[in-house]
Design a binder for this molecule. Structure first.
Ligand code: PFF
Length: 458
């Protein structure tokens, strides 16, 4: 059998893992969660959730992947061959594939916005529009519900994924991340400086950074836990798959802290970009920062009011495309690594087998938003159904099983040996991490799951 692929450098492995974590979760989910949950208070609770839940679950996944040296399912098989725990990996694998089918479509929308910002057609005629929110809202709706344009962009995104995944772990994923991650951070810093120097920016900074602790309640905590989950790509096989490419001497704790903190930093910078800009243009109370509306309606509205509209718009949607595409690649790698290793296929065939069904599934997701009569499951568009089911149910179930597996099924010494590289790199945080994986994480994840289930069924 060919030797297992590995990331070539430490920076490369961190860049690739951060590239997977940083995605639409940081750019549009975080600001909307922050706004809906009381601003700075949410930020603090979120940071605590990253530390208490995010890093330990990430470490549990790293330990499984690096020791198993296989794919999301195969790792469980190599660690516990005669048990059925591989099903935990299978849930993650399926979740990541379902998520990928609609994430491709959204990544396609971001590319369309880069293109229409470049050509100027995004801003054509907004000056004469009576209501600019309506103008950009209509533009977004026209794109999302069109039957051809988003599908064209989805195919372009699929093509990019195919090429990068085909090039493999080092030459594809690692090289691309090494180039795109610095570009993404540079763009974020440029936007943060611009936003913070706008007139009246400090009102937005205050909302984002001055905590009102009376705002913290159980809903804020549940939202912050969910956000940490989503943003760090937990419970979906990505971290297990990527860590199987980590060299044996990688310090897992250090890597998990670096990845989580960089991911948090990006969310933090997004807050510093969005809230001051909203306040500066007096949109703080009126503009929606709900997910798609924030990035595709509110942000173009802000750019339209700024000098250099086209430049800011192109740069912003470029930033968004980078965040989205590096995430789609990691979602795709979960399936490619599974197919190539379980079914013993060449990487080329594995990429074909993974991407071909998406060429049907992703357009269905896209069409489900605009088709008449609507393509729906359980009263939701196919797109929304996959999002709700995979992110709210499958991810927590997978992460819960991972914690139970590492803490209670594998030998007690397993996680300790992995996290210390067989005793070579002891860290003071080891007992805390172990305690969290054994007790805190399963309870918190079960809580998220129960609340989400009540939410969906109620
Ligand atoms: N962590 C990435 C993000 O924040 O967008 C990737 C991702 C995670 C995508 C979870 C989808 C998902 F459900």
């Amino acid at each position: 059998m060919a030797e297992k692929a590995k990331f070539a450098t430490k920076i490369g492995l961190v860049a690739a893992t951060v590239g997977s974590a940083i995605g639409l979760g940081n750019v549009w989910r975080f600001p909307s969660e922050t706004q809906g949950n009381g601003g700075a208070a949410f930020l603090i609770v979120y940071l605590l959730c990253v530390l208490i839940l995010g890093i330990p679950v990430m470490l549990a996944e790293f330990a499984i992947g690096r020791s198993g040296q296989s794919d999301a399912v195969g790792n469980f098989k190599s660690l516990t061959p005669d048990k059925k725990w591989w099903m935990a990996g299978a849930i993650g694998l399926l979740a990541s594939y379902l998520i990928l089918s609609y994430y491709m479509v959204v990544a396609g929308w971001t590319l369309d916005y880069v293109f229409t910002s470049l050509t100027g057609s995004l801003y054509e005629g907004y000056e004469t529009a009576a209501n600019t929110s309506q103008y950009f809202g209509d533009k977004m709706n026209a794109l999302v519900t069109s039957w051809h344009t988003p599908i064209l962009w989805t195919f372009i995104t699929l093509g990019i994924n195919f090429v990068v995944l085909l090039m493999g772990v080092q030459k594809g994923i690692e090289k691309l991340s090494n180039v795109l991650m610095p570009v993404l951070f540079l763009l974020l810093v440029i936007f943060a400086v611009k936003s913070l120097t706008l007139p009246d920016a400090m009102r937005g900074v205050e909302f984002f950074l001055k905590p009102d602790f009376s705002k913290i309640d159980i809903n804020v905590i549940i939202s912050a836990l969910g956000q940490a989950f989503f943003s760090l790509s937990l419970g979906m096989g990505i971290l297990i798959t990527y860590s199987a490419y980590y060299p044996k001497d990688t310090r897992l704790t250090r890597t998990a802290v670096q990845v989580s903190m960089l991911d948090f930093f990006v969310a933090f910078l997004m807050g510093l970009i969005i809230f001051p800009a909203l306040c500066s243009f007096n949109m703080g109370d009126t503009a929606s920062v709900q997910g798609t509306t924030l990035v595709f309606v509110t942000m173009p509205e802000i750019f339209a009011n700024m000098a250099g509209t086209a430049v800011w718009s192109v740069l912003f949607f470029l930033l968004l495309s980078i965040a989205a595409i590096t995430s789609t690649i990691s979602l795709g790698e979960v399936a490619v690594s599974f197919v190539s290793q379980r079914m013993k296929m060449s990487r080329l065939w594995a990429c074909v087998v993974v991407m071909a069904p998406l060429a049907v599934l992703s357009p269905i997701c896209s069409l489900s938003l605009g088709a008449e009569p609507q393509l729906s499951i359980a009263g939701m568009s196919v797109f929304d159904f996959l999002d709700t089911f995979a992110t709210n149910i499958m991810l927590p179930v997978c992460a819960f099983l991972i914690c139970v597996y590492v803490a209670w099924v594998l030998p007690k010494k397993f996680i300790e040996a992995e996290l210390t590289n067989n005793g070579e790199n002891r860290t003071k945080t080891l007992p805390v991490t172990m305690f969290s994986i054994r007790y805190i994480c399963p309870v918190l994840i079960a809580l998220i799951l129960i609340v989400k289930l009540i939410d969906i069924l109620g």
